[in-house]
Design a protein around this ligand. Structure first.
Ligand SMILES: Cc1cc2nc3c(=O)[nH]c(=O)nc-3n(C[C@H](O)[C@H](O)[C@H](O)COP(=O)(O)OP(=O)(O)OC[C@H]3O[C@@H](n4cnc5c(N)ncnc54)[C@H](O)[C@@H]3O)c2cc1C
Length: 336
């Protein structure tokens, strides 16, 4: 085991924020992880691609950088395939691998940054699909006992950008392998969400295949979301809040143009980006940090910004949205 001391975390988070840690340890296998646990190294933090964290200051912990790789087909028949993926594999690469093999289920999740191991953590989702729709199970190692457990879909308690690992079991398990069940035939493409159908039409694709759907998603994402290589960000900073129908009706009277998407008979999801924009924060800038000019849901570091300032801006936005609309928005990003 090698501990790299005095390692800045700046290259390891998409906000591009500078912060120190006690040391960085690269984990290539479950054995590497057990080595850390047996040597009683703590406190520990798990890092994937750093695309969903906000470093609000120096981190008084050892960082376990997930490098567990590998893709293994566990089961296969004429209809489907069960594939186990090392949690340190880049998510987008896994999506492209599945498409290249003609395996369906995660094509709408192309270009989401980060690792496979972090995908169940917040049940990543985009364009009408969440990873839980293809998820089968995962293996995780307990960070103090070193015991390995298998978590089924039910155990993971997936919700909208939620799982048991973000709640009751927060920072307790290192997810080492995730299995997905992908379809070889008789699958339905999800084209109705966002601009997918429109983009396919613009691309002159009449009968789309998996590659076409992923290409459309990639094109839409590139046109809408800032590239973290150019402007530091962690994608959507807040989750879209869900309110009951009565609250939605009240808001609709005050703001007839407010968008809303029913999730159940009595609940409506509101776009957090719309609320933030209406609160006047779209394009807001304070020194080196701010809110993206085109995407009110994306907080940004223009370079040299501090995590603490982004955190304070996030709190300010939350308060303002509450004051104006009486709606609580909560962060999707993990504060470290
Ligand atoms: C430009 C951009 C666009 C994005 N678009 C989307 C989107 O469309 N949909 C979406 O859902 N998300 C999106 N995200 C957020 C992010 O990409 C996902 O949440 C991704 O799954 C994070 O992966 P990561 O490896 O970078 O996790 P990290 O940021 O490294 O970690 C996130 C959290 O998970 C924990 N964690 C990481 N790996 C493990 C593990 N192996 N075991 C246990 N805990 C672990 C960490 O401790 C941390 O608390 C976007 C981010 C960016 C920057």
């Amino acid at each position: 085991m090698t501990i790299k001391e005095n390692q800045s975390l700046r290259p390891f988070n998409t906000f591009g924020l500078d912060a120190s840690c006690l040391g960085l340890i690269r984990i290539y296998s479950v054995e590497d992880l057990l080595d850390v646990i047996q040597n009683n190294i703590h406190p520990l933090r798990i890092l994937g691609g750093g695309s969903n964290i906000l470093l609000s200051g120096d981190i008084p912990a050892y960082i376990l950088k997930n490098e567990i790789k590998g893709l293994t087909i566990i089961e296969e028949d004429e209809n489907q395939v069960l594939v186990e993926v090392g949690a340190g594999e880049p998510w987008h690469q896994f999506v492209m691998w599945s498409i290249a093999h003609g395996f369906a289920g995660i094509e709408n999740l192309a270009l989401i940054p980060g690792t496979v191991g972090a995908a169940p953590m917040q049940n990543i989702g985009a364009y009408g699909v969440e990873q839980e729709m293809a998820f089968d199970k995962l293996r995780a190692t307990h960070l103090t006992t070193g015991t390995e457990s298998v978590f089924t879909k039910t155990d993971c308690a997936f919700g909208y950008r939620e799982s048991v690992f973000k709640n009751e079991l927060k920072d307790q398990y290192f997810i080492t392998h995730v299995s997905y069940r992908l379809l070889k035939k008789d699958y339905t493409l999800h084209l109705q969400y966002g601009d997918i159908q429109k983009t396919l039409t613009n691309m002159s694709v009449a009968n789309p295949g998996l590659e076409d759907v992923a290409a459309a998603v990639i094109e839409i994402r590139r046109s809408k979301l800032p590239d973290p290589k150019k402007i530091g960000n962690a994608g959507s900073f807040f989750k879209n809040p869900v309110v009951d129908a009565t609250k939605y009706d009240e808001l609709k009277l005050l703001y007839p143009e407010i968008p809303g998407y029913p999730t159940t008979e009595n609940n409506v999801k509101l776009p957090a980006g719309w609320l933030i924009e209406k609160a006047g924060y779209k394009g807001y800038r304070s020194g080196n940090i701010g809110v993206h000019q085109l995407q009110a849901l994306v907080l940004v570091n223009y370079g040299g910004g501090h995590g603490k300032d982004i955190q304070n801006l996030a709190y300010e936005i939350q308060e303002k949205v509450w004051e104006i609309f009486g709606v609580r928005i909560s962060p999707e990003v993990n504060f470290w």
